[in-house]
Design a protein around this ligand. Structure first.
Ligand SMILES: Cc1cc2nc3c(=O)[nH]c(=O)nc-3n(C[C@H](O)[C@H](O)[C@H](O)COP(=O)(O)O)c2cc1C
Length: 387
């Protein structure tokens, strides 16, 4: 077992053990990747205030997200094709989250289906919905999520049109991969991945194939996804979907104070300040930079979560200290999964938890709920002046 001390250790192993096509799918942003890069580099601009002579015993990172008890306020973000990073990836990640006591979010574009994940876990998970043109399909998947006991619906609002990620086009990304000569050459060094993949039956989009009209195989699926994301999604449709779901609702992909106000008006249990990990609008500002303005706009009206760029417990602490009630991690746990399967996801959560706990203590706090801006040193021009 390799010694893992930080998320970067898992990232290195992920790269070594996973086919290039899927590692690149994870580790890329759209176009120039400016937003993708700044999501992490902006966290580094915020510094921490060291405090001393504070009793550090009896610390706790326990909190609540949308009223649900959590070991720490960190949820696993929805990540499409997780089951291609490692065989049965969604089930493995959901199990690790359940054991750790944090929520797992299953993507619409997952390999394991909602029913499959529900069958192999006991804790309720969150279900992420991409809104499709095919209303019958959308209605049916909402019903499936209800039947599976999902405890929240995460409605993603920032991907009605796909941002271009150059590497995916160059690699010819498909699930499962087409066995071209370069892919076969790559797979020769990724034998662990290949053996596990041969042993599972889950190698296609489990929530779609066999559920959407006319999608029985991979060829029709590709046409279907290209045509199906609904570019007409608007606030009225969001209201209708909220009604259809009827349970806890989280709106994901909000990066602007005006949109945050609209989300609060529509009514939801939480919003996620997010730029989709820099995979959609390249040139948008980082989530952490946009957080203060969104907190000022709706911080007293709705629970605010944040994702995009979190790679450590220190990043989690910075987001919480700026007012977020919780965060989501995407790549940080996918690196763990690609590196070591379920144990790797657990390892990612442990790393982040330990960093969060120790940082909190060294900033002079014992309870995560007491974190506020006083533990931070934020550059005066952090938010920037944009006309
Ligand atoms: C490989 C990959 C696939 C993703 N797929 C989805 C998805 O299916 N649905 C969704 O709402 N967000 C998706 N996201 C965005 C994540 O939910 C999350 O917003 C993002 O990963 C956060 O940034 P981080 O990776 O820097 O933590 C994906 C992100 C990555 C990296």
């Amino acid at each position: 077992m390799p010694v893992i001390t930080n998320i970067n250790d898992l990232k290195r192993l992920h790269k070594r053990r996973t086919p290039k096509m899927f590692y690149d799918y994870c580790e890329s942003g759209s176009w120039t990747e400016q937003t993708f890069r700044e999501n992490t580099s902006d966290f580094d601009k915020i510094r921490l205030r060291q405090r001393i002579a504070v009793d550090m015993t009896n610390r706790t990172t326990a909190s609540q997200l949308i009223g649900q008890d959590v070991t720490m306020p960190v949820a696993l973000a929805p990540v499409g094709l997780t089951g291609m990073q490692r065989a049965d990836g969604e089930i493995k990640a959901a199990r690790a989250a359940e054991k750790f006591g944090v929520p797992y979010t299953l993507s619409t574009m997952s390999i394991c289906s909602i029913e499959d994940v529900a069958e192999h876990t006991t804790a309720p998970f969150w279900f992420q919905l991409y809104v499709m043109r095919d209303e019958e399909y959308v209605d049916a998947i909402i019903e499936r999520a209800k039947r599976a006991g999902c405890s929240a619906m995460v409605l993603t609002l920032d991907l009605q049109i796909l941002g271009q990620r150059h590497k995916d086009l160059k690699n010819g990304l498909t699930a499962p991969p087409k066995l071209t000569p370069p892919v076969l050459l790559d797979l020769a060094t990724k034998w662990r991945w290949g053996i596990e993949m041969l042993q599972t039956k889950r190698r296609s989009f489990g929530n779609i194939v066999g559920h959407a009209k006319g999608v029985e195989n991979m060829n029709s699926l590709q046409t279907w996804t290209a045509e199906q994301f609904d570019p007409r999604l608007d606030w009225e449709k969001i209201r209708i979907l909220k009604k259809k779901w009827g349970g806890k609702l989280i709106l994901k992909g909000i990066l602007d104070a005006e949109d945050a106000k609209m989300a609060a008006e529509v009514g939801c249990d939480a919003i996620i300040v997010s730029n989709h990990g820099g995979r959609q609008l390249d040139g948008a500002l980082s989530s952490i930079r946009m957080l203060p303005s969104i907190m000022r706009a709706v911080g007293d009206k709705v629970e605010v979560h944040l994702d995009s760029g979190i790679r450590s417990g220190q990043d989690v602490l910075k987001a919480l200290a700026l007012g977020a009630k919780g965060v989501m991690i995407g790549r940080a746990y996918i690196h763990g999964l690609g590196a070591m399967g379920e144990a790797g996801v657990t390892s990612a959560l442990e790393v982040i938890h330990k960093e969060l706990d120790i940082t909190m203590a060294l900033c002079g706090k014992r309870d995560i709920k007491d974190l506020d801006e006083n533990v931070l040193l934020v550059p005066e021009d952090f938010e920037g002046r944009w006309a």
